[in-house]
Design a protein. Structure first.
Length: 477
């Protein structure tokens, strides 16, 4: 049975010795965040703070801060398999012909299991607060110069105004007062796009989900293309449809097993200054204008747990979630670009900073074709640097990657710079916010057609007889 909510997940973490409970009193202002960072920087466990000063709700942090915890949460040892499931579904979708459909019926009927299940009621309906107050939730202030308290792990849900396709995105939210907050949805992200398409009375319904089952949380961080409903995606991840239910004051679906749901609306024309915020680049992101969320109602469980996370200079919790995204999206990248053998986004490059890809090169110029393809794929359009290497290079070993760059790349021939492209909103180096340049590094072995007019150098490898001799005598040495 898939994990249904964050409290079941906590039980699993306790069983696996992956959770520490802190009973001494802690403060949401700076103290909890520093404890969480110290544990993350030393590969520590998830932490449940039971005694939070001035609040009656426990706070859970670092919950997904290791691959082991993500294996427990997503109930798989093989993250790549998640992507394989999506590719298989896509292949089934594009198979044409009646015969093919008949052959696929058993698989298609199994797919029915992954669709969300609409429930009339759920644990989230245990308490409804008509006069809610954002300041009753133990929201953290993480860094000394942060503008205030930020919800960092809220799943923001919206609907596409024309298609009705549902989105879930983790966007940080700054508390402005009891009823208002500012949502940092960056312009390239799906819910921001939904808000830009909204033409009616300028009140976009928005719900913020605090705590849900691990697969729904993962789906909210995953860069899933518009058109694929995030609840369906969550169902693919957990191999079973998410139980969803309606909000009370707005027409949006939320997981029936959420801990807390904030209901309200965003007026995209009502912008306020958000930030500064100590971000996952390791720098403060300066203040900028973002839309205001107005709270109209709050649903919660009788005894909810508040899920949070802290960001800062890598490597913190988000790095592990990013690693799972990297592994699970590999099959989709390979499906669209079959020459790709492996793909990595090193966590120290805060993911959008750098991608390294290995390819099986069969024609000249192919590395550039792959770069352009990746820069055209959803959120990869925000990746600043793409390095392409041959498939004999282990892209997860920086020594191998550097060896490839320094032996197979000539700067004036193999470097591509593209100006005036979209960049990650958080990139501290972009000349202006959201715009900057791209760097492509072709570190594959060049051929004559690629203007390499020398014999391809031979790599040094040990000859077989010497290898055999040393193997045989190894224990004598
Ligand atoms: C802890 C954490 C905080 C994040 N904060 C933001 C944020 O403030 N704004 C934003 O646009 N993306 C943020 N992201 C990244 C988005 O969640 C991610 O790009 C996701 O794919 C967006 O989904 P979407 O396709 O629904 O827009 C954050 C991710 C994590 C893990």
């Amino acid at each position: 049975m898939p994990i249904e909510d964050i409290q079941q997940y906590v039980d699993k973490l306790i069983e696996a010795n992956e959770l520490k409970i802190i009973k001494s009193e802690v403060n949401v202002k700076l103290e909890i965040a520093e404890i969480l960072r110290r544990y993350m920087y030393s590969n520590g466990p998830a932490i449940l703070f039971e005694n939070v000063k001035d609040y009656d709700m426990p706070v859970l942090g670092n919950a997904f801060g290791s691959l082991q915890r993500l294996k427990i949460g997503l109930e798989t040892d093989n993250f790549t398999e998640i992507g394989e499931r999506i590719v298989n579904m896509t292949k089934m979708e594009i198979q044409s012909g009646f015969l093919n459909k008949i052959k696929k019926i058993p698989e298609i009927s199994k797919m029915g299991d992954i669709f969300p299940k609409q429930e009339k009621n759920g644990p989230i309906h245990e308490v409804f607060i008509e006069e809610p107050n954002l300041n009753k939730i133990p929201v953290l202030k993480s860094w000394y110069k942060d503008a205030g308290k930020f919800i960092t792990f809220g799943l923001v849900t919206t609907k596409h105004p024309e298609t009705g396709v549902r989105n879930l995105g983790v966007y940080r939210i700054q508390i402005a007062d009891n009823k208002h907050a500012i949502i940092h949805w960056q312009i390239h992200k799906r819910s921001a796009q939904h808000s830009m398409l909204w033409k009616s009375d300028k009140k976009i319904e928005v719900a913020i989900i605090l705590g849900a089952d691990p697969a729904t949380i993962f789906a909210s961080v995953a860069p899933v293309p518009e058109g694929l409903d995030k609840y369906v995606f969550a169902g693919i991840v957990r191999k079973k449809g998410v139980k969803i239910t309606k909000c009370k004051t707005i027409d949006l679906d939320v997981p029936a097993n959420s801990e807390i749901v904030l209901e309200g609306y965003v007026n995209p024309e009502d912008l306020r200054e958000e930030g500064p915020f100590g971000d996952h680049t390791g720098y403060y992101t300066p203040k900028d204008l973002f839309p205001v969320f107005t709270l109209t109602g709050m649903m919660k469980k009788e005894n909810p747990v508040y899920l949070t996370t802290v960001v800062g200079k890598p490597i913190l919790e988000d790095a592990y979630i990013g690693k799972v995204i990297e592994r699970s999206f590999l099959p989709l990248i390979k499906f669209l670009q079959p020459e790709v053998m492996d793909f990595a986004m090193p966590a120290s490059g805060w993911f959008q900073g750098m991608a390294i890809v290995s390819i099986n090169k069969t024609y000249p110029g192919q590395a550039k074709k792959v770069m352009m393809g990746l820069w055209g794929m959803g959120q990869l359009s925000l990746t600043k640097i793409i390095i392409v290497v041959d498939y004999d290079i282990n892209i997860h070993k920086m020594d191998d990657v550097i060896w490839s760059i320094t032996t197979r790349m000539d700067p004036s021939r193999d470097i591509t710079i593209i100006n005036n492209t979209p960049t990650d909103t958080l990139d501290p180096a972009s000349p202006i916010v959201n715009m900057g340049s791209k760097l492509g590094v072709d570190a594959t072995q060049k051929t004559v057609e690629e203007n390499y007019n020398r014999p391809i150098p031979e790599q040094v490898v040990v000859d077989q007889s010497t290898k055999d001799l040393v193997d045989k005598k190894w224990n004598q040495y």
